[in-house]
Structures are given as structure tokens and as C-alpha cells.
Design a protein around this ligand. Structure first.
Ligand code: IMP
Ligand code: MG
Length: 180
């Protein structure tokens, strides 16, 4: 285990089981749709890579880069789009937004409206992890890997100051890593 990790919340095997379960639900719901998985960079890259490998339904992929966080562990409250989805066929696409974790809910609440406004045929959301106790805006994802308590987690794409995204599990950082 990485020296900076205090506790493993979801092992590599547990992540695989979680993602297999989500893939079966998506297969069931998108059988006759034009599924476009929309990866929210950078945190969702590992989750989406694993999810797409497990899907049986055909899918296309696309990317957006959206941030509501600065360098630390608190949300700024502002949503900044630095890479947008640009496709002329958006009105025929059933978009499934793939997110790493929901905290305040601001990012996905904003993005869902943004994509519908932009003309997407349908928009649903899928998150690896969810911290319902942290909500600032009312938002519920359509597919949720697992709910967690109010803990700052890293790994499987999730970072602290751009580090630890490469860990193959989801873990809680040791307090001293935060500079304490
Ligand atoms: P929201 O808009 O407040 O829901 O913010 C969601 C975003 O905050 C996620 O996409 C992450 O980038 C970041 N975030 C929230 N909680 C964590 C965490 O525990 N670890 C790493 N990033 C987090
Ligand atoms: Mg993120």
C-alpha cells in the first residue's frame, strides 16, 4: 500500500465488482439508444476506462474538462469548463456523464442542464462515488457505484493536488499529507 494512505475504502477487486454491476445496469437501459459516455476529466478517466470495457452495448466516448475545485480539498463553488464537447450530432446522442465523485452536487447539476440546453437528446449521470451528506444543491445521479461518508478520498482517478490518481484502489489519505 502507498505510504500516504491511511485506509483502503475499496480494493481493486471491490472496484471491479462495483463497475461490473453498473455496466449491467447501463446495458439494460441503453440497449436501443445511441450511448455516448462523457468522461469528466481528469478524475473520471480510470473509472470510465474500466466501465467502457465492461459494457456490452455499443458506445462512443467524449470528453469534457470541468472543475469546481482549486488545489486543495474545498469547492470553490464556481464551475469552469476548460474543454467542451463539440459534436454536430449532439441532438441524436444519449449522453451518460461519467463522474468520479459527487460532493456539493454543483458540477453535475450544472452540467446536466448545460448539456440539455446545448441540445443533447438525453442526459443521465453515472458516478463512481457519492457523498450525499455534502450536498449544497439537490442532485441525485442515475447510477452510483457507492455512497461514502464525508471523507476525502484518492485513487482510481481521484487526486489530492494532482497526486494519487494512479492508485488501483480508493483510499483515505493520512492527515499529515494535508500539511498538518
Ligand atoms: P461537486 O461539484 O462539489 O459535486 O464536486 C465534485 C468534484 O469535486 C469531483 O469531480 C472531484 O474532482 C472533487 N472531489 C470531491 N470530493 C473529492 C474527494 O474526496 N477526493 C478527490 N476529489 C474530490
Ligand atoms: Mg472532478
Amino acid at each position: 500500500m502507498n505510504d500516504a494512505i491511511e485506509q483502503v475504502l475499496f480494493s481493486e477487486k471491490e472496484m471491479e465488482e462495483m463497475i461490473t454491476r453498473i455496466a449491467r445496469d447501463v446495458d439494460r437501459d441503453y440497449a436501443d439508444k445511441k450511448l455516448v459516455l462523457l468522461c469528466i476529466l481528469k478524475g473520471s478517466v480510470v473509472f470510465m476506462g474500466e466501465l467502457m470495457k465492461k459494457l456490452d452495448v455499443p458506445c462512443e466516448i467524449d470528453f469534457m474538462k470541468v472543475s469546481s475545485y482549486g488545489a486543495g480539498t474545498t469547492s470553490s463553488g464556481n464551475i469552469n469548463i476548460s474543454l467542451d464537447i463539440t459534436r454536430p450530432d449532439l441532438d441524436t446522442c444519449d449522453i451518460l456523464v461519467v463522474e468520479d465523485i459527487i460532493d456539493s452536487g454543483r458540477t453535475l447539476s450544472y452540467l446536466t442542464k448545460y448539456l440539455l440546453n446545448k441540445g443533447a437528446k438525453s442526459v443521465k449521470t453515472c458516478t463512481m462515488l457519492d457523498k450525499p451528506s455534502r450536498r449544497v444543491v439537490d442532485f441525485k445521479a442515475d447510477y452510483v457505484g457507492s455512497e461514502i461518508e464525508d471523507l476525502f478520498v484518492v485513487g482510481y482517478g481521484l487526486d489530492y493536488a494532482e497526486r494519487y490518481r494512479d492508485l488501483p484502489y480508493v483510499g483515505v489519505l493520512k492527515p499529515e499529507v494535508y500539511g498538518g
